[in-house]
Design a protein around this ligand. Structure first.
Ligand SMILES: Cc1ncc(C[n+]2csc(CCOP(=O)(O)OP(=O)(O)O)c2C)c(N)n1
Ligand SMILES: [Mg+2]
Length: 910
């Protein structure tokens, strides 16, 4: 009979037995006495001379075979068996029985949390089956490996699989760190007293979670760059070298995300032996098998081995060892490698009799191997990932491994222990409820001390404080230096306000034409020399340093390389040669915005992870930022990352020549949804200086959990000096840059410009004045986002305080009394200025760059998108006509006079 928790099953299947017979005849033909002799001689070499000699012989044989024309297929795979053989297994140091009891209670509480939450509120969600499959993988780490963070030791860094969160909460409950009430409010943070977030979210649980992991694929990439960043800090002398590790837990389905495996060669190239991946290979994802028709474990093994990782497969539990021992011909290992995952998934939910027939029955010699075992024993053959001894051995080998990263591929069963309706079933990922029988079965299987009546209520269960279970797990954590996960701000605030550092940039460029990018790089250069913050600055570039004129930094601060520079650079005789150095400061990441962002996150959270206030400046092609790696930005926000993202070559019409894939009119829109991100579109050097200075102070002195997005451009123009009193407006989002010279004119206008388009606005001001007698004030809008947030905040306050004196949005304070029509022009979508139009005293006309770019020069692009001075002038005149201040005919004449073709292409749709 198939039982709920069977390892294999009992249904028979005709076709399967036919296939089995067919294959077994073929194998007979190969496996003869000769093979036996070869195997025996290898055994004797192994015994007499050890594995090194055996390896040498095998390598020579392979070479010999190739020379003799035997075409050996390439394989990066090892057989489908455990990497660590029984004889090399270390002794398990813990109390196995007690650890199992603790683990069972954690299993129960994790399950109870989800089941209770869904009883309380239908479909509130939560996952049971992921943690059920991974419980042993986590518990071995908690009890034996993961060191907490303390003053004395930085501790290990762990990326917990997002949907295994209930298991982490259940453990923290057992540890006495989370109350029953908190568990009761799983997925209900808004309940009085607070609750627990669905997944790891540092934003929601800043004392607990460090890394958001549930958007799949992000955590493996972040973990790789985290491990590399630890080395960067060590090599730069910013922290002592330690044996702290970075562990990342991944689902096997998760490895299909391109980000998951996308940077694995970086880890081996950098010899990151401080990095360990654990892939929970339950062979299932959400909808069904990960590779029903293949073998995900073998596929991953070859990918990781090909990338030179140390791969440890943990496939079979200890019960298999004696059988494997009897398998002198290697038939069982061969058989193990023949099944596809879809077949394995079926076997794990089938009975012992089924296993005998369909797995071992394939070959009479295999059947013989398990002859002494009753069906019940076959059913109880565990998988490696559920066997503490095997998992311990793998973890021990991983932490002891030197010279490169390790991946552990652990085979488990999804929904382990969940009974008939869950274990190993395709629907198990979303299982949130258990019926009474299933609950009782789970209770009995894991020995939870609850009677039938109590059990169906699914209460949380924690043994008394002085129970052996609680004492043991507390003692283990004490030995390991404290609890994990736990997050804290570990750095001390910086002391300076940097007033002096940035002051020189308030003066303007004195007639010299420079771009805002050049201005920013000048500030970066100066920051790097600063005695307090200089060392903390981490410049990050995805192969674009020359694009942004940063190559002078190569020489002055060096490009980080863990091995220094093993070659003489081709340009060594030049002033700005390509200098790589072990203590290099620049992270030149190569062409990977995702990798660079992961470095940005590691550096921007080092204030918490490492207690170091590193200040990352990640500069990149703005179009390849939010649009390409937006989900990493969201994760960065959740993690309370601090630092500056700089969208270079930005502005749809400001980046000339590059065409529609490069020209960015989107990023300021995409920056809107990130709540703690402050986004600026500055036009002039002093604006950037003010924003950077304030940002560093807010983040690193005042400890605010915000970060910055600043667009910088490559259009050169003269940088003016900062007008008196502009500082506050720059930070709040707008200030009057140049008032109309002729205040007496009857025709008035307020013009808003941002970034490089501010200069077009200023030219429009002149055209309007000179040709049409319109007196226009020009405003620099540095941040529509800031104005918008202030507007909606003010509205909200007024709504909630109806009897108090109404507050006025900042933008209304600026232009509420200003005269004339209002026209805004931006290098981004029109929607950006439109967001604030409701707080204007009157209608607002908007010019923007909705549509696809073109490979053209700036002038043509601005004409095409209708955001240049003449179109701003036209929009102003049109508004005046709408207000009845001038005749429509005047506007029509102006169109001709300004040289505008009314039948021109519509940029929005062409
Ligand atoms: C980027 C992303 N896409 C989709 C999901 C939805 N999702 C959550 S869990 C899951 C299946 C996970 O399977 P696997 O990685 O094998 O983890 P397991 O639960 O089997 O350990 C999916 C598709 C997600 N969280 N993130
Ligand atoms: Mg899976």
């Amino acid at each position: 009979m198939a039982t709920a928790h069977s390892q294999f099953g009992d249904e028979s299947q005709e076709t399967r037995s036919e296939m089995a017979n067919e294959t077994s005849t073929q194998t007979h033909h190969v496996e003869d006495v000769e093979i036996q002799e070869w195997l025996e001689s290898l055994d004797s070499v192994l015994e007499a001379s050890g594995p090194d000699v055996a390896r040498e012989i095998l390598e020579r044989l392979r070479a010999h075979a190739t020379v003799n024309g035997i075409d050996l297929p390439f394989t990066a795979n090892t057989p489908y068996t455990n990497t660590i053989p029984l004889r090399l297994e270390p002794l398990f140091p813990g109390d196995q029985a007690l650890e199992r009891r603790i683990k069972s209670l954690i299993r129960w509480n994790a399950l109870a949390m989800v089941v209770r939450a869904n009883r309380e509120e239908h479909n509130i969600g939560g996952h049971i089956s992921t943690f059920a499959s991974a419980a042993t993988l986590y518990e071995i780490g908690f009890n034996h490996f993961w060191r907490g963070r303390s003053e004395a030791f930085e501790g290990d860094t762990i990326y917990f699989q997002g949907h295994a969160a209930p298991g982490m909460y259940a453990r923290a409950f057992m540890e006495g760190r989370l109350s029953k009430e908190k568990l009761e409010n799983f997925r209900r943070e808004l309940k009085p007293g607070g609750g627990l977030s669905s997944y790891p979210h540092p934003w929601l649980m800043p004392d607990f979670w460090e890394f958001p992991t549930v958007s799949m694929g992000l955590s493996p990439l972040m973990a790789i760059y985290q491990a590399r960043f630890q080395r960067y800090l060590e090599n730069r002398g910013m922290k002592p070298a330690t044996d702290a590790k970075v562990w990342a837990f991944l689902g096997d389905g998760e490895t299909d995300e391109p980000e998951s495996l996308g940077a694995i060669t970086l880890a081996s190239r950098e010899k990151l032996d401080n990095l360990i991946f654990v892939v929970n290979c339950n062979l299932q994802r959400l909808d069904g098998p990960v590779r029903g028709n293949g073998q995900i474990i073998q596929e991953l093994e070859s990918a990781f081995r090909g990338a030179k990782w140390n791969v440890i497969k943990v496939l079979w539990g200890s019960e298999w060892d004696p059988i494997l021992e009897r398998d002198s011909e290697g038939l069982l290992v061969k058989r193990m490698g023949e099944l596809v995952d879809g077949e394995y998934q079926k076997l794990v939910v089938s009975s012992g009799a089924y296993v005998r027939e369909h797995f071992f029955g394939h070959d009479p010699r295999l059947l013989k191997l398990v002859e002494p075992l009753p069906d019940e024993a076959l059913r109880r053959l565990r998988l490696g990932g559920h066997d503490p001894k095997k998992v311990y051995a793998a973890y021990k080998a991983a932490v002891d491994h030197k010279g490169g990263p390790t991946v552990i591929l652990a085979r488990t069963i999804k929904g382990y222990g969940l009974g008939e309706s869950g274990e190993g079933k395709n629907v198990t990922h979303q299982q949130k409820k258990l019926n009474e029988d299933e609950l009782k079965e789970f209770r009995s299987r894991f020995g939870i001390p609850l009677n039938d009546q109590d059990c169906i209520e699914v209460p949380f269960y924690r043994p008394a404080e002085d129970s052996p279970e609680v004492q043991y797990l507390r003692a283990r954590r004490e030995v390991l230096g404290g609890y994990t996960p736990a997050r804290a701000v570990r750095s001390k605030p910086i002391t300076t306000d940097n007033e002096e550092l940035f002051r020189e940039f308030h003066d303007g460029s004195e007639g010299r034409e420079v771009s805002t990018t050049m201005a920013f790089v000048g500030m970066l250069r100066k920051m790097l020399k600063d005695p307090e913050i200089g060392k903390l600055v981490v410049p990050i570039v995805p192969d674009e340093a020359r694009t942004f004129g940063m190559e002078s930094l190569f020489r002055t601060v060096g490009i980080y390389s863990s091995v220094g520079q093993k070659y003489e650079p081709v340009d060594v005789n030049t002033l700005l040669y390509y200098k790589e150095a072990k203590d290099g400061q620049i992270l030149e990441e190569g062409i990977t915005e995702a990798g660079s962002m992961a470095s940005f996150i590691a550096a921007g959270t080092a204030y918490s992870t490492n207690g170091i206030n590193t200040i990352p400046f990640f500069i990149y092609y703005s179009m390849f930022g939010f649009q390409r790696i937006g989900d990493f930005v969201w994760a960065a926000a959740d993690m309370r990352t601090r630092g500056f993202m700089l969208g270079g070559t930005s502005g749809r019409t400001t980046l000339s020549g590059e065409g529609l894939q490069h020209q960015d009119g989107n990023s300021h829109i995409l920056a809107l949804p990130v709540p703690n991100l402050r986004a600026y579109d500055p036009a002039y050097a002093y604006e950037i200086a003010v924003i950077l200075q304030d940002g560093i102070k807010r983040m690193y002195k005042d400890g605010e959990n915000i970060f910055y997005y600043i667009t910088v451009m490559n259009e050169p123009y003269v940088m003016p000096a900062m007008p008196a009193g502009a500082r506050e407006g720059i930070l709040k989002g707008m200030y009057k840059f140049r008032a109309a010279p002729n205040k007496k004119s009857k025709l008035r206008a307020q013009l808003f410009g941002s970034g490089a388009i501010l200069n077009e606005t200023l030219r429009a001001q002149e055209i309007l004045e000179q040709k049409f007698g319109v007196a226009a004030d020009v405003w620099s809008v540095t941040s529509y986002k800031a104005l918008y947030i202030d507007g909606i905040e003010t509205e909200r306050w007024n709504r909630l305080h109806p009897t108090e004196k109404a507050r006025v949005p900042y933008v209304t304070q600026c232009v509420g009394d200003a005269q004339g029509v209002i026209v805004a022009a931006t290098d981004y979508l029109k929607t950006l200025p439109n967001m604030i139009s409701k707080w204007m005293p009157r209608r607002m006309a908007t010019l923007g760059t909705d549509g696809f770019g073109r490979s053209e020069g700036r002038a043509s692009l601005r004409d095409f998108f209708e955001v240049d001075a003449k179109f701003i002038a036209l929009a102003t005149l049109h508004e005046l006509a709408l207000d009845g201040k001038i005749e429509a005919l005047v506007v029509e004449k102006a169109i001709a006079e300004l040289g505008i073709d009314p039948e021109k292409w519509n940029p929005v749709i062409s």
